[in-house]
Write a protein that binds this ligand. Sequence first.
Ligand SMILES: CC(C)(COP(=O)(O)OP(=O)(O)OC[C@H]1O[C@@H](n2cnc3c(N)ncnc32)[C@H](O)[C@@H]1OP(=O)(O)O)[C@@H](O)C(=O)NCCC(=O)NCCS
Length: 468
Amino acid sequence: MSAQARSLLNAARPSLRRSAFASARFSSTSSKPTSLKERLAELIPKEIENVKAVRAAHGKKAFGPVLVDQLYGGMRGLPALIWDGSVLDAEEGIRFRGKTIPECQALLPKAPGGTEPLPEALFWLLLTGEVPTPEQVAELSRDWAARAALPEFVEEILDRCPPTLHPMSQFSLAVTALNHNSAFAKAYQDGISKKEYWGPTFEDSMDLIAKLPNIAGRIYRNVFGKGKLPAIDASKDYSWNLANLLGFSESEGFVELLRLYITIHSDHEGGNVSAHTGKLVGSALSDPFLAYGAALNGLAGPLHGLANQEVLIWLRKMQSTIGEDATDEAVREYVWSTLKGGQVVPGYGHAVLRKTDPRYTAQREFALKHLPDNKLFKLVGQIYNIVPDVLLEAGKAKNPWPNVDAHSGVLLTHYGMDQMQFYTVLFGVSRAFGVAAQLIWDRALGAPLERPKSYSTVAIDKMFKDKA
Ligand SMILES: CC(C)(COP(=O)(O)OP(=O)(O)OC[C@H]1O[C@@H](n2cnc3c(N)ncnc32)[C@H](O)[C@@H]1OP(=O)(O)O)[C@@H](O)C(=O)NCCC(=O)NCCS
């Protein structure tokens, strides 16, 4: 180790042993209700030193070989990104700052009378590595309610969209248009110093998350003819307000479902299409609205977020083809007919996971508690016993187990939200939490422009053809 690396490591030793996050990992913050921005301002300088020390100590170490197959194979498994907020284990699934979904359900503050974690708390956890106090969470709910209004021209953009335009395209249009009032874009034009980037990025990210319920609610009501939007209630939490804007706040079950839904859909480490797109576009110093608009366009693809819509369409088609109480044999044949038609079974398989997605399990447990006798839920359970065997027999999919999208539509349908084209919008509201947290840390840590190297097939062939 060089002398410079050693001195950096020594200087940062306390933060390496007890890094800004590790120190707080399984504890609550003090009951003093500091704001999230104040807490971040305390954590950022420590983490900058921590990263400097880690890079000085390990920056020149190799991760191992890169295979040519990885260049052609969608970069699967290529170590290429840093994101501390969440890490995905192939066997265990997602951990948010080291915590599993059941741990988050147990530890994060809940609404009065509620049992699911509040997404406000998850956002605090993603950003700081700390479990917030109920007061800190309530402050975040109030802050987001105060920022929730949309500029009039964004409302007009949404109102002028034809109802036949997919809700995800409308969503991405509205989020992109919010860049009109970006604090970061303005500060950049005014010559802000690099060291200060995270401040306006934080403000934009808070505005972005806060305005999503009004965007989602407006799209839902415009497209599906559900009347005028109610006002935001500053005394209620984010999920209650989202449910209210959608017209479902009278169902306590639906509100609880949204709290769980947003929490488990918020982040899935850094490399998935939406998270990585947000990070990539943000690396060009595009503001959080532009970066998240781009991320939403990735989420709208059927192999990513749109799979939740595809699952419901597939289930409904199955029911209309083989009936509501079909035998296992009929379901198995239907699954085979999907594969033989050259289509994927939506909601199954994953690029990283190799076991049942714990986000699926969390939703299954919710269903067992709230809708055990629902027919569609029973079909989802029946499919779970059939599809993995079929996929294994077909022999292609590396992971035959269900992912998050296999279950979410059934829960929403149970509460009366049966407009499948809207489902990915709810995923998009949730994923903003992870992407925004990542953007804030990227600007705080001075993450550079992303620019990996591409090669031509001619060059690859030339490089390796004479090598054994
Ligand atoms: C998620 C997904 C895109 C991951 O892709 P991946 O990392 O390339 O997955 P694999 O390495 O296991 O793919 C190997 C092969 O199995 C196929 N496969 C994977 N999952 C499959 C599924 N659910 N149904 C049918 N075939 C599947 C792939 O299409 C691929 O076929 P190919 O060799 O003809 O191209 C893939 O599993 C899929 O399309 N699932 C259905 C859509 C879905 O649920 N998306 C949401 C993910 S959270």
